[in-house]
Design a protein around this ligand. Structure first.
Ligand SMILES: Nc1ncnc2c1ncn2[C@@H]1O[C@H](COP(=O)(O)OP(=O)(O)OP(=O)(O)O)[C@@H](O)[C@H]1O
Length: 357
């Protein structure tokens, strides 16, 4: 188990990570989701030992890692650009890590060859060992980078945006392969990404990093259906947030008075989160019974194949998304510029106390 406790990392005035707590359990695939600049790479660099935290502790299976040199940590790192040696063959790239490691270096040429071949087989690159790095595809480079890390039998593997350099089709295939390889090895993978879809697809658990802290770490279904705070909800495309002030048992928002699911003190700031597949659309005078609603203007639609997104503007300018599934369409014909009632079951709304930051 990897345990980060109270980890802070500053660069001059910039606080990249602040009092961050995270547990990566054994034998798990964890995604780390965060926007650009959230501190994802910094976090991986601290775990790998390329940098040290200003405060806090990092331990692996109870043993302190901070202060230990990177090559003594038994942690694998797969870089976004793969960082392969261009003048070496695929096999030599994989052997490199084993040959030159400080402890447990392997000098026996036969063992080196065998272990590198095993690692290449594990990532599906049997028979590619003799090729130059310039003679293989992007997806294959990715797998060589993984094999080079896995051959050293790390206790945990850190992957920094590992699919970022691949085209969309290959990315989908590598998603499946990465999961399958990890399941065979049973070591933990910590996979950093800025893509919500990738994080939810890959991770048994998804940790959301926002402003230098983990705001939620949960199973992907739990995170998607029940974000615990606005910071986590904001990272999920599915959730619309409306902010306001509690007043007379409702939340006074720019879109109107919305009912509160629990009482709040008069004047308290709060946000209501509504999921895009739980919002219905109707004419203003035709809101179905028992549904809460607010008014918003239809802006435009976006067709994504099996789903279509409709975008509305609340009076404060906030963009509200509603999703429709083409197999089961439920939205009426919409006219750009016209106002509609967006309605929802009151029990579906999540209520978060506090103002947006
Ligand atoms: N060496 C450095 N010197 C100064 N500031 C830094 C340094 N490295 C990172 N930062 C700052 O720390 C913050 C976190 O950076 P980091 O690279 O960890 O973010 P990230 O989530 O990986 O972003 P991206 O997805 O864009 O790569 C940013 O504000 C960044 O500008």
């Amino acid at each position: 188990m990897l345990n980060l406790s109270g980890v802070t990392r500053r660069y001059g005035e910039t606080v990249a990570l602040e009092d961050l707590n995270l547990i990566v359990p054994d034998d798990t695939y964890m995604s780390l989701l965060g926007a650009s600049g959230a501190g994802k790479t910094t976090l991986l660099r601290l775990i790998a030992g390329f940098e040290e935290p200003n405060a806090g502790q990092i331990s692996l299976n109870g043993e302190r890692l901070d202060g230990k040199a990177p090559h003594r940590r038994d942690i694998g790192f797969v870089f976004q650009n793969f960082a392969l040696f261009p003048h070496l063959t695929v096999q030599e790239n994989v052997e490199f890590g084993l040959k030159y490691r400080e402890t447990g270096a392997c000098a026996d040429p036969k063992e080196l060859t065998e272990r590198a071949a095993d690692a290449l087989q594990l990532v599906g690159l049997d028979g590619f060992g003799h090729r130059g790095v310039g003679e293989i595809s992007g997806g294959q480079k990715q797998r060589v980078a993984l094999a080079r890390t896995l051959v050293t039998e790390p206790r945990i593997v850190l992957l920094d945006e590992p699919l970022g350099a691949l085209d969309a089709n290959l990315r989908n295939r590598m998603c499946d392969e990465l999961r399958a390889i990890r399941e065979r090895l049973r070591v933990s993978f910590l996979h950093v990404t800025g893509s919500e879809t990738e994080a939810l697809t890959m991770g048994d658990t998804v940790a959301v990093l926002s402003d230098g802290r983990i705001v939620q770490a949960d199973g992907s279904t739990e995170l998607f259906t029940r974000p615990h705070n606005p910071a986590a909800a904001r990272h999920l495309n599915a959730w619309n947030l409306l902010e306001g002030t509690a007043w007379a048992g409702a939340l006074d928002t720019s879109a109107g008075m919305l009912p509160l699911s629990r009482p709040l003190a008069e004047g308290a700031a709060a946000q209501i989160a509504l999921r895009f597949d739980q919002l219905g659309v109707s004419d203003l005078d035709a809101v179905p019974g028992g549904r809460s609603h607010f008014t918003a203007r239809y802006v435009t639609g976006e067709f994504n194949g099996p789903t279509a997104l409709s975008f509305f503007r609340a009076p404060d300018g906030a963009l509200i998304q509603v999703v429709d599934h083409l197999g089961d369409p439920r939205l009426p014909e919409l006219t750009e510029g016209r106002s509609y009632a967006l309605h929802y079951a009151p029990g579906d709304a999540l209520l978060f106390e506090g103002a947006s930051t």
